[in-house]
Design a protein around this ligand. Structure first.
Ligand SMILES: Nc1nc2c(ncn2[C@@H]2O[C@H](COP(=O)(O)OP(=O)(O)OP(=O)(O)O)[C@@H](O)[C@H]2O)c(=O)[nH]1
Ligand SMILES: [Mg+2]
Length: 617
């Protein structure tokens, strides 16, 4: 009993209890939250103000079921709680977050944490959902049973936060005498105790939640479920093309306007060329895809928040098992559709090391959002905008096909890996299904804003830098009169060298050149092509042409298709390679990854080119 000053407070509890939502509400941070277990895989810290005027460091942790870790992310939680995390003291107090609607399950771990004998406060979160389900909980009774303060909260509506911070502030002077000794209990005894405590605290409970049960009957139906999932994804890709057009037109118009303004107001010379060819043509060609990125993420975020995504993982489990993976890999692979980097990091929630390694190695085959601009520009230029059936556009269908192509590739690779380098039995899959909810609009908008910002920041930094570097290499040395600038430039020489290797798979000189800076980020393939063609343009008229027209004029259909096939497989992303190195602790696996992916890309592009040529396309 002392009134020690708190310095650090950690949020701990089962997965999907709402720890990150509380963390965001208490610190103003924007940690990712989503309606499935295993979202947070790292410790994250932020500053939380206390009502008395002081402040503490609040730490958000990965969800865990106990202090006996079964996966790398749970190990982080255990280390932080026990004070064994490198370079960090144990937290001065714990905020144990429990889901009121799943009280019994969450109390198992909560008891273990309370028994550590640290200053502790229980946040009885999601009481809104408990109430909706007809569950009334007596926080006082729960507090008596556990011997620590219990504060009802609704993290996403900021309810109960004042009471919670007050309780945290007072936690330093808690009386530990009231706590019950549960430290020595076995798991079974702890479960029994959890059931009794929950029973004692639940005042009333209405019948089962019928609506949700019947939703699950349909959505998890053995064959109806996959059909619905497939249909939903199909709609997503149609929407990416069908809805984005007017917005893309707006952005294109704006860029053209600025471009014309620059041409009119600046004298001819390097500054003007730099702005027009490098910045506006190059980086601008990527930025126009912002609407498609936003549409794609609106669907992904809504599926995550509603609770449907976890059902999709459940549905996929059987299919994943047939290639030797567990449904656990589904969420990391799904995250990889945004970007392989968080996807590879999310594999920390996979307990089995071989499962985890296999998932890391195939994550780059999931179509990340950086490929979207590359696919979209080629599809817009070469695939006719026709309807193959009512509401089924050909362009959306091809995009869907490219995603499926990547998934099938990943499944085959997983199958091969699981028979060879990562041989072993697939582990079982247990995942509690989160409840359904209407996605909170605020969270959805914040999520979209974050994605848009990530995309624009990439355009302003890495894509910008790579494009400008290329523009410089394209612009020097200057061509003699009559010679083409591309031929004369340093970049042109490099392109000629690359072209020797890439001509057999149908790539032209511009592609051979574009894929080098695209190692920095895949979108650079688009900006690099735009800049190359802008530099190459010999007269005013050619300069005014957009990238789409230049591609149509300069590329054959087999070449365009080979380019698409290349991007399905090629590991054109240095950051992914770096994160694979970090997560596998060495260079061996990233090298394996890069080599097999480039080999696949080369073969796939070649086969596509020669196949299409043979078909007379
Ligand atoms: N209705 C309601 N939803 C909540 C509440 N708190 C969190 N959520 C939702 O619950 C889901 C899980 O929240 P997270 O904060 O990601 O959970 P977490 O405990 O950090 O999960 P992990 O990182 O996987 O351990 C999200 O969809 C949140 O929007 C709440 O009090 N009420
Ligand atoms: Mg979290």
């Amino acid at each position: 009993m002392s009134d020690t000053q708190l310095r650090k407070v950690a949020l701990v509890g089962n997965p999907n209890a709402g720890k990150s939502a509380l963390f965001n509400a208490l610190t103003g941070a924007r940690q990712k939250i989503a309606n499935y277990p295993g979202v947070t895989v790292e410790r994250k810290a932020g500053r939380m103000a206390l009502p008395g005027g002081g402040a503490v460091e609040l730490v958000d942790l990965p969800g865990s079921y106990s202090l006996d870790p079964s996966s790398p992310d749970e190990e982080v939680t255990r280390q932080v709680v026990q004070g064994e995390f490198p370079g960090e003291d144990a937290p001065d107090a714990l905020v144990v977050v429990v889901d009121a609607a799943n009280l019994e399950q969450h109390l198992v771990f909560a008891q273990e944490l309370v028994a550590l004998g640290r200053p502790t406060v229980v946040a009885l979160n999601m009481i809104d959902l408990a109430e909706r389900d007809g569950l009334m909980i007596d926080a006082g009774a729960l507090s008596d049973a556990l011997g620590v303060p219990v504060v009802p909260t609704v993290a996403v509506r900021r309810r109960g936060l004042d009471e919670l911070t007050k309780a945290i502030e007072g936690a330093g002077s808690q009386d530990f005498g009231q706590r019950h000794a549960v430290a020595e209990l076995t798991m079974t005894e702890r479960r029994l105790a959890a059931r009794n405590i929950a029973k004692g605290a639940i005042i009333s409970e209405s019948g089962e939640h019928r609506l949700h049960a019947s939703l699950d009957k349909v959505l998890l139906h053995p064959w109806l479920g996959p059909v619905i999932l497939f249909g939903l994804l199909f709609v997503v890709f149609q929407a990416v093309f069908a809805w984005a057009d007017p917005f893309i037109g707006l952005i294109e118009g704006a860029i053209e306007g600025v471009s014309a303004g620059v041409e009119a107001s600046l004298a001819e010379g390097f500054v003007r060329e730099f702005l027009v060819q490098g910045v506006l043509a190059g980086v601008g060609s990527v930025v126009v895809f912002l609407p498609q990125i936003i549409i794609l993420f609106a669907f992904i975020l809504a599926m995550e928040q509603s609770g449907y995504m976890a059902r999709a993982a459940f549905l996929m489990d059987r299919m994943m098992a047939s290639v030797g993976l567990s449904g656990r890999s589904f969420i990391p692979l799904l995250s990889s559709f945004a970007c392989a980097i968080p996807g590879i990091m999310a594999t920390r929630s996979i307990a089995d090391p071989k499962d985890r390694l296999t998932t890391i190695l195939i994550a780059p085959l999931m179509t990340c959002s950086a490929r979207l601009p590359v696919y979209a520009i080629i599809i817009a230029a070469f695939i006719p905008n026709t309807m193959v059936a009512p509401f089924v556009g050909l362009q959306g269908l091809v995009l869907f096909g490219l995603y499926v192509f990547g998934i099938i590739g990943a499944m085959i690779v997983a199958l091969v890996l699981r028979r060879t380098v990562t041989k072993g039995a697939a582990s079982g899959f247990i995942m509690e299904l989160p409840r359904y909810q209407l996605p909170p609009i605020r969270d959805l908008l914040i999520g979209l804003w974050q994605r848009a910002w990530v995309f624009l920041r990439r355009a302003g930094t890495i894509i910008f830098a790579a494009t400008i570097a290329l523009w410089v290499l394209l612009s020097f040395p200057e061509a003699e009169p009559g010679e083409s600038q591309l031929d004369a430039s340093i970049a042109g020489q490099v392109a000629d060298g690359m072209h020797v290797v890439l001509a057999p798979i149908g790539f032209n000189r511009e592609i051979s050149l574009a894929i080098i800076p695209a190692m920095a980020a895949r979108e650079v393939a688009v900006s690099a092509l735009a800049t190359t063609y802008a530099v190459e343009a010999e007269d005013e008229e050619a300069e005014a042409e957009g990238l789409t027209e230049r591609l149509q004029a300069g590329w054959s259909l087999p070449t365009a298709l080979a380019f698409l096939a290349w991007f399905v497989f090629a590991p054109q992303c240095i950051s992914t390679i770096a994160v694979a190195r970090r997560e596998t602790n060495g260079w061996k696996w990233p090298i394996v990854m890069v080599v097999y992916l480039f080999a696949l890309a080369y073969v796939a592009a070649g086969a596509t080119y020669w196949g299409a040529t043979a078909l007379g396309l």
